[in-house]
Design a protein around this ligand. Structure first.
Ligand SMILES: [Zn+2]
Length: 553
């Protein structure tokens, strides 16, 4: 996912939230959104297992041309299917068993008809040939498409970024996060003198004899479409290894020639400490077979699987800034830590509908604090989470609308991180919490998930029902308020004011200076039995619990 947008995103959040507040939901989405976001039988009838994407990029003309082979298993008998390609790109032909298939286009969806039914269980393939001028990103990575730039030597420096918008902005595929290939070959041809770096392992280069060189990269793990990336530039390469939980992990770095000297010490200071911290909290890096890479881009960054896009200019913080205001965010490179965190949450565990993008961003935002926790202590990590609250808007839910390719509010970053820290505090057993985070990555290894998968898993392994906690913070814009009543006779009562009808959440309170104790408020007024508790000595743990507090007579 996109990096947490400390400045830029606040604007987007406000605009999105306003749209959601004042426009009825049924007027927000149209036919094009459904074609893109809905899993109709025309998409579920085939299960993609492999792509071979083979594209030539002409940087001067800003033109691409090539093909993508779809290998699939028929899930049921069918004779028509849908794939996706933005309508500004031309489809030159769709080839199947040596014959051209007829196709129809509607918005960015393409429907092809097979000459006879493809029988359930059959493994088959077709190839889409296409060409054109792809959408050019204006402010990658927050919009999508090709980012055509030049380095300071005037050499082409090009990258793709397409999260949210979709990979079909530049290549034909089944553009829905629920279906990932098992492996993929990415062949990108570029003018001689330039290098292309994509995901997975380098499989070699071929001189095409026409002034172009083809670079072949092979991904041997499931990969979601928006992670498939082109990175073209005058790159230099250096390598290292990390001895981790699953053995030796290859680290490969591709940076602009002019930045090699800066990159070496900076990557050394960030990458291995990141891998040590994340393997501790989340389990083994999920893609040892494909290695780990950082590839320098002109845009800020993106979690491109096993080829993380890096554009933070070799400095700590988020372009040098600490969004939390605590100082902890300036001790490490935001883009290396955040985008690599997505290798576990986003790439290993992928939301099957983009409405659940909060799963990617909440855990990855939280991973930043766990990085701090590992290297600087638990209190430091909590201070960072607390500091990030200043970026939260609470204007719209962090979950989006299903089936229309719609993501929730930008609060999914900071509010999501706050939520996970709160759940850890409720569970009150740090080793159990760590095993839950590792367990999620094991249970849903290389899989796609939805809201229920994550919340049910956490509740089950925490040994308590956390469904109303997640529902309040994910499905509603508001945070809950804890309301206290202090009676003249000394009795104290409290209750939650919340949107969730069955909201209940344990919370820590104390009399000033004493030790925190958990109480178990619900929506109904319940007595609070803490001896000596008064209006003036009540303290609620609002450092870890992101709640309102209201004290009545
Ligand atoms: Zn992200």
């Amino acid at each position: 996912m996109k990096p947490s947008l400390i400045l830029v995103c606040l604007l987007c959040v406000t605009v999105t939230a306003a749209a959601q507040l004042f426009v009825p939901a049924n007027q927000l989405f149209g036919r094009a959104d459904s074609l893109r976001g809905q899993l109709t039988p025309l998409r579920t009838c085939y299960d993609i297992s492999y792509y071979h994407l083979d594209v030539k990029v002409d940087p001067d003309a800003r033109h691409i041309s090539g093909s993508n082979l779809f290998r699939f298993t028929a899930v049921e008998d069918f004779s028509r299917l849908q794939f996706d390609l933005f309508d500004n790109l031309r489809i030159d032909s769709v080839m199947y068993n040596g014959q051209e298939l007829p196709f129809k286009r509607e918005y960015n969806a393409v429907f092809i008809d097979f000459p006879a039914a493809v029988a359930k269980g059959r493994i088959d393939s077709f190839v889409v040939h296409y060409s054109g001028h792809p959408v050019q990103a204006k402010r990658a990575p927050w919009d999508g498409g090709f980012d055509f730039k030049k380095d300071s030597n005037g050499k082409h420096w090009i990258a793709t970024a397409c999260q949210g918008l979709g990979a079909s902005v530049w290549w034909p595929n089944k553009d829905h996060q629920s279906d990932e290939v098992d492996s993929m070959l990415i062949s990108i041809s570029v003018p001689q003198g330039l290098t292309n770096v994509s995901n997975g392992r380098f499989r070699g280069r071929e001189d095409l004899g026409d002034g172009y060189t083809r670079f072949n990269w092979f991904v041997s793990n499931p990969i979601n479409n928006y992670n498939v990336a082109v990175n073209i530039g005058d790159y230099v390469h250096f390598a290292d290894t990390f001895h981790g939980e699953n053995g030796v992990l290859d680290l490969d770095y591709w940076v602009l020639r002019e930045n090699e000297a800066k990159a070496k010490p900076h990557f050394r200071a960030n990458v291995k400490p990141m891998l040590r911290a994340f393997e501790h909290w989340f389990g083994p890096y999920p893609f040892y077979e494909d290695g780990y890479k950082l590839v320098e881009t002109a845009h800020l960054g993106m979690e491109h699987q096993s080829a993380v896009a890096y554009g933070n200019k070799y400095q700590n913080g988020y372009l040098g800034r600490d969004g939390s205001g605590t100082g902890w965010g300036n001790k490490w490179d935001f883009i290396i830590i955040h985008e690599s965190g997505h290798e576990w949450f986003g790439n290993n565990i992928t939301a099957s509908d983009i409405a659940d993008m909060w799963i990617h961003e909440s855990f990855t935002n939280y991973s930043e604090s766990l990085y701090i926790d590992y290297h600087f202590g638990k209190r430091a990590g909590q201070e960072y989470v607390h500091g990030n609250r200043r970026g939260i808007q609470n204007l719209a839910p962090i979950i989006g609308t299903y089936h229309v390719n719609h993501e929730g509010s930008g609060d999914m970053y900071n509010k999501g991180g706050v939520l996970h820290n709160m759940v850890r505090t409720i569970i009150d057993d740090d080793e159990k919490w760590r095993q839950i985070l590792r367990g999620l990555n094991k249970q849903f290894y290389h899989r796609t998930v939805d809201y229920g998968d994550i919340v049910d898993y956490i509740s089950k392994h925490a040994g308590r029902d956390l469904s109303s906690v997640y529902a309040q913070y994910v499905r509603h814009a508001n945070i809950p308020t804890l309301e206290f009543y202090f009676n003249p006779d000394g009795k104290v009562f409290c209750r939650w004011i919340a949107d969730e009808p069955a909201f209940n959440m344990p919370i820590r309170i104390r009399t000033k200076g004493s030790k925190y104790q958990f109480i178990q408020p619900t929506r109904q007024l319940t007595p609070v039995s803490i001896p000596g508790l008064t209006r003036s000595n009540l303290e609620v743990d609002t450092f870890n619990f992101y709640v309102g507090v209201l004290v009545n007579e």
